[in-house]
Design a protein around this ligand. Structure first.
Ligand SMILES: NC(=O)c1ccc[n+]([C@@H]2O[C@H](COP(=O)([O-])OP(=O)(O)OC[C@H]3O[C@@H](n4cnc5c(N)ncnc54)[C@H](O)[C@@H]3O)[C@@H](O)[C@H]2O)c1
Length: 263
């Protein structure tokens, strides 16, 4: 006799997202790693505030559709950061995840030729921007019971690179800011981690190639695995750190670099 229970039962298969019910901010969300991460966070169920300085944040938001809003932000400006966090809370009621990812490479020159203006701007965006994001997001996250902050550092925050002194200094400092905040809030269900990408194929790296195939091959050749990473691969790491799957991970600076810093 056939098992009739199977025939009458209606199965409703609902895919659970890894970030269902969570609210995230992604800075630098108009391009590259930030864009890929905003799309992935939204696909995994998060409401997303996509922040950028270019206007491209609106393009990412239209790709996502419902459940995302754009914030036009210069991360080096305190008032912009505070407005961005208020946008998250005002529109979505809470803040669980901050992906502090906006960054610039600055001009290339050895230390003695790095202008003071270049040094100040790179530090303002890459370091002050991350600091301001944490400073104003932490109270909002604690008010909701905790959360996860992911700061984009770089392999350039772990080892030196010639001709980008301000960039290396900013990313090294992001690693230290990350560890400090992780310790400060460890008992309050607030985790803070840094990701340290290697050479990832985004508009930033495209600028380093000089727009040539030779330049592209040279950048790929820096990686032990023989290729550049993708923005989507970095987004997957950000998703892990944002989600509850990484509940015991805090204070880390994780290379995602095709083996670059293993040498
Ligand atoms: N691509 C790589 O190989 C690589 C490697 C290591 C680290 N990173 C870091 O990853 C992050 C993302 O870079 P990407 O490769 O996606 O580059 P990208 O240039 O494609 O994206 C960076 C985004 O940050 C935004 N941004 C710049 N200044 C801003 C400001 N003041 N306020 C708000 N937004 C601002 C830009 O408009 C852009 O949309 C950066 O922090 C970068 O330093 C990238």
């Amino acid at each position: 006799m056939a098992y009739s229970g199977c025939i009458s039962r209606e199965w409703s298969i609902t895919k659970m997202g890894k970030l269902d019910g969570k609210v995230a901010i992604v800075t630098g969300g108009g391009s590259g790693i930030g864009r890929a991460t905003a799309l992935l966070f939204a696909r995994e169920g998060a409401k997303v505030v996509v922040a950028d300085i270019t206007g491209k944040e609106k393009e990412t938001v239209s790709e996502i559709g419902a459940g995302a809003i754009a914030a036009h932000v210069d991360v080096s400006i305190s008032a912009d950061i505070r407005a961005m966090i208020e946008a998250a809370r005002g529109n979505f009621g809470r803040l669980d995840i901050l992906f502090n990812n906006a960054g610039i490479e600055g001009a290339q020159a050895p230390t003695a030729d790095c202008t003071e203006e270049n040094f100040d701007r790179v530090i303002a965006v890459n370091l002050r921007g991350v600091f301001l994001g944490m400073k104003y997001a932490i109270p909002a996250m604690l008010a909701g019971g905790g959360g996860s902050i992911i700061n984009t550092a770089s392999i350039a925050g772990l080892v030196g690179f010639m001709n980008i002194p301000a960039y290396c200094a900013s990313k090294g400092a992001v690693v230290q800011l990350t560890k400090t905040a992780a310790l400060e809030y460890a008992t309050q269900n607030l985790r803070v981690n840094a990701i340290c990408p290697g050479v990832i194929w985004t508009p930033m790296v495209e600028r380093f190639t000089g727009g040539t195939e030779e330049g592209k091959a040279a950048m790929a050749g820096l990686e032990p695995v023989g290729r550049m990473g993708t923005a989507e691969e970095v987004a997957s790491l950000a998703l892990y750190l944002a989600s509850d799957e990484s509940g015991f991970v805090t204070g880390t600076a994780i290379p995602i670099d095709g083996g670059f810093v293993a040498r």
